[in-house]
Design a protein around this ligand. Structure first.
Ligand SMILES: *Cc1c(COP(=O)(O)O)cnc(C)c1O
Length: 367
């Protein structure tokens, strides 16, 4: 068993080597490496089409995109968000000088519980930052209603929802803005990279300036920006990868169906129910062990024995992190705490073979 080929939770999608190499030639010819070059502009256009997004700005990574999206709205005070997410979501709020207020999640799809948001609103609340966890889309209608009632901004962490559509509309059309991540481990990658899709076209200049040090003219700097520019090598990778995105999503769909076929209906194993009006990108394969004869950590250990590495994602919850432990308690969000202790994301990537999925399921299910 020791010499079984290692299987990791994910594996980056890469275009054919020659295709990327070919893309590098014009970069050498122009010697234009970054600062919104030709490939940057081309990728932006192609992504706007693919994501059905009216307004889109590219960034060096998803985290910086989220940080700068939040900064662009010039917020002050408290932000209602979820503790069941990646560190980036909360850090982006805190690094903007804002205070996260954690709202619990729903046991059905692990997104923020829209029915618990209103009781957390105070006169200081300025925004809601929900997360489309594993590509499950939040209850955006209810969230928008609350935001409208109290005059709050809604900025989605849509890092898990690249390419998804809801009733035929790009998922980035929800709220005031959405952040997408193009990190190497995501469905679509530009090595590192990200984007903000946003509603108000007037935000375009601000986002552009924020990612370029707040520079507004050759001799003027009006904002305290940072450096969030995507470079040409990243954009070239994105252009290559985008050609294969549909077939990659199709492969992920097949693998997801295979996992579901094997694991659905097993006592103590819970899968999220898909919604009919959403076109998914099959970004993750989360499985909740809740009353199964093995607990999550036992399943994890068993898979590890077979050289298979799933991921306890998200565990721990953000409100259990050392850096936040003096201010927050995971007990305040019991559903998030419980889910984080039972969840395991299984290996899923375009080039994973069906036999491996069968094997993973056998290992989980065998006595
Ligand atoms: C990946 C991810 C991010 C951060 O994106 P990077 O591109 O890695 O900076 C933020 N939030 C969530 C939920 C993510 O999965």
């Amino acid at each position: 068993m020791k010499n079984e080929k290692p299987v990791l939770v994910t594996r980056s999608s890469l275009p054919p080597y020659e295709e990327y190499m070919e893309m590098l030639k014009p970069i050498w010819e122009s010697a234009w490496l970054t600062n919104m070059g030709e490939f940057h502009e081309k990728l932006k256009e192609k992504l706007r089409d693919f994501m059905k997004a009216e307004n889109l700005e590219l960034f060096v990574n998803g985290h910086t995109a989220l940080e700068m999206a939040i900064q662009a709205f010039e917020l002050e005070g408290e932000v209602i968000t979820t503790p069941f997410t990646f560190a980036s979501t909360t850090h982006a709020i805190v690094r903007n000088g804002l205070k996260p207020v954690f709202c619990d999640i729903k046991p059905e799809d692990y997104t923020i519980d829209e029915n618990k948001i209103e009781s957390l609103i105070t006169p200081k609340t300025c925004a809601i930052v929900p997360v489309h966890v594993y590509g499950n889309i939040c209850n955006w209608e209810k969230i928008q209603k609350i935001a409208d009632k109290y005059g709050l901004k809604v900025i989605y962490d849509a890092a898990h929802a690249f390419g998804e559509e809801i009733d035929g509309a790009g998922v980035g059309s929800l709220g005031d803005a959405s952040m997408f991540s193009f990190h190497a481990t995501k469905v679509f990658n530009t090595i590192e990279g990200g984007a903000v899709v946003f509603k108000d076209p007037e935000l375009k200049d601000r986002l552009y300036q924020l990612k370029n040090f707040g520079i507004t003219g050759e001799e003027s700097v009006e904002f305290v920006g940072g450096n969030g520019k995507m470079n040409e090598f990243q954009a070239a990778m994105g252009l290559c990868n985008l050609k294969y995105i549909r077939q990659n999503i199709e492969k992920r769909k097949k693998l997801t169906e295979l996992y579901r076929g094997r694991l659905e209906g097993i006592k103590g194993i819970r899968l999220v129910k898909e919604q009919e009006n959403i076109a998914y990108s099959y970004t993750y394969m989360p499985v909740l062990f809740d009353g199964y004869r093995l607990n999550r950590d036992q399943v994890y250990a068993r898979l590890k024995e077979h050289n298979i590495t799933p991921r306890k994602y998200f565990y721990p919850c953000v409100n259990a992190y050392q850096c936040y432990s003096s201010m927050y308690h995971p007990e305040d969000t019991p559903v998030a705490k419980k889910v984080s202790q039972g969840i395991l994301t299984l290996p899923l990537y375009a080039d994973l073979d069906q036999e491996t999925v069968e094997r993973i399921c056998r290992i989980i299910l065998e006595d």
